[in-house]
Design a binder for this molecule. Sequence first.
Ligand SMILES: *Cc1c(COP(=O)(O)O)cnc(C)c1O
Length: 375
Amino acid sequence: MNPVVPFTDLAAMTREIRGAVDQGWERLLASSRFIGGEAVEEFEQAWASYCGAAHAVGVANGTDALQLTLVALGIGPGDEVIVPANTFVASAEAVVLAGATPRFADVSPRTLLLTPDDLDAAITGRTRAVIVVHLYGQMPDMDALRRTADRAGVLLIEDAAQAHGATWRGRRAGSIGQAGCFSFYPGKNLGAFGDAGAVVTADADLAKRIRSLRDHGRVIGSHYRHDLVGMNSRLDALQAVVLTAKLRRLDAWNEARQSIATRYRAAFAPGPLRMVEDEPGARGVYHLAVARVPDRARVQQELTALGIETGIHYPIPCHQQVPYQRFATGPLPVSEAASAEVLSLPIFPHLRDDQVARVAEAVLETLAAREVQLV
Ligand SMILES: *Cc1c(COP(=O)(O)O)cnc(C)c1O
């Protein structure tokens, strides 16, 4: 049976850009430039300019974007990189893949994002960088984080994999740190028809190193010389065509997400449900609409029974995932408590007002029924 309210609807987005993709692919098939070439360059320029960054380098996925950035910054064995425990595992995975050591920090109980105090508490003599994660499409206080990082001589890298188009005081996600790393996994706010990613940066040398590293350490402009040990993490031209087409719709799609989030907030304002808060000064793009509910398993089950799909982002904080437990330095109470309560409600650009109302009503009914039973 089809859900009454699905968690997302990728097909609706595909329908809007299908014509542009068909035309672009037709041209590409005629040219046979499947790796690199005009389609990739066109997207890289459009993406850099959208983000307000001087350079964008297309790569194979978001995890590679993070790993290549760390490697290109010379971060590796013996270095520590601070990562919030409340994130998708790839934020920490990239640190380990670069040969460095992740050090987990707790998050704000209001926003569930990294705070300057959490960052400060995690800095040691070995800290080289912090990966600030714009989880759920929300940005933390970037000025304060930047000050804390600068004071300690720590580089700031943005994991903007969920935050395409989000802003902090008018500046786009990805353009504030040393580098901004994006994933274009199909379900992200800007998603390809497969895996894809990018790094944006104002630093021309950094961009150049990442360009070389993504292509086997090849010297740019040379075919046979390799000055670095790189990897193969190139962006497919077929995906670049899709991304260029979807980028034209990104602002409209983000605005639709923002207006849905506003409706959820209004419906839940009287209580008892709490939505995760936004940082004043930030304009989020609601990759996810996250609420905190006690007795989550029951609530989720009852919503499923009503045909309403929900998700959990994420049920296990990174420092408690088996391969990362050895990097844990102690309990991180906010991340741990949040992981037991967070529930992601349906949010996607084509979600209708009546569906939003139905979700809000069902959630409130479910919570009310539960309270009665608890008495
Ligand atoms: C999706 C995601 C990544 C990884 O991106 P992939 O393209 O799947 O490699 C990294 N960090 C966060 C926060 C993500 O949501």
